[in-house]
Design a protein. Structure first.
Length: 271
């Protein structure tokens, strides 16, 4: 028989309670931080992804907060946690202003101790999701040499003026190129160049006449739709509630939990 028991309080936090009534702290809550979108499909997709995470880690308190446009907003989610510690996992695919400034500033106003995890990209699990979405769109599972020589991919991302964001997207493109065995050119919906249409023309000029667009967006929305419309051959769906994305979220959470405090105070890396 053990002298400990697990329980959950009314806020959904789990902890360990000794028989003398003293609570030992459980793991920090995992707060998914979405950007927010006016497209209703985006919120539905993020909620489905959140359920995937809960299925993989039963008992972990998993919450959602948005930077803008959708409720709940991140400050409201953190206020609802009271003094419970939390790890904020950005549903963003590279470093940039939101990861470096917006999210830490929102977290600084919370009562609880918070940690900001690295963004989801670049990472092999992100590439696994991109690859599977391309296969779903019709990318050949075993292309021969002739097909490879004629094919290329444009990796369509949101875009940012932050050079770290562009570096992360280029790294994701290189990882995807290694997986596919064809050139992958990063392109952006806004704030950076090249555009998707420009990247498509560049690949075509190199003799790559079968050009697919890989949607490097967490969920459907305006940017994802615009980039898909520029695809001359096929366009994959956004990343969505893929099992690998849920695993990646938990990986970033675990990284943040295990990182010493002196390192957590630096800008999150995306290795």
């Amino acid at each position: 028989m053990t002298d400990l028991d697990t329980t959950a309080d009314t806020s959904g936090r789990r902890g360990i309670v000794a028989l003398d009534g003293r609570r030992r702290p459980g793991p920090p809550a995992l707060v998914l931080v979405g950007h927010g979108s006016r497209d209703p499909r985006a919120l539905r997709t993020v909620l489905a992804l959140m359920e995937r995470v809960r299925e993989l880690r039963p008992g972990l308190s998993v919450r959602l907060g948005h930077i803008e446009l959708n409720e709940p907003l991140l400050p409201d989610t953190l206020a609802g946690l009271g003094d419970a510690p939390a790890v904020l996992v950005p549903l963003l695919l590279s470093r940039g202003y939101h990861v470096k400034r917006d999210i830490p500033e929102m977290a600084a106003g919370a009562t609880a101790h918070t940690r900001v995890a690295a963004p989801l990209g670049p990472h092999p699990l992100l590439v696994e999701t991109l690859y599977d979405r391309l296969l779903e769109a019709g990318w050949p599972t075993a292309p021969d040499d002739a097909v490879r020589r004629a094919s290329g991919v444009v990796l369509a991302a949101a875009g940012s003026r932050d050079p770290d964001s562009a570096a992360d997207t280029r790294r994701t493109a290189r990882l995807l190129a290694d997986r596919l065995g064809v050139p992958v050119v990063p392109a952006y919906a806004t704030a950076a160049t090249p555009t998707v249409r420009t990247a498509v023309r560049a690949l075509t000029a190199r003799g790559r006449h079968r050009v697919a667009v890989a949607s490097c967006f967490t969920a459907p929305g305006r940017f994802a739709t615009q980039c898909a419309e520029a695809a001359p051959w096929m366009s994959s769906a956004p990343l969505g509630a893929h099992q690998a994305m849920a695993r990646l979220i938990l990986h970033r959470y675990d990284q943040a939990v295990s990182t010493p405090a002196t390192l957590r105070n630096r800008t999150p890396a995306s290795a």
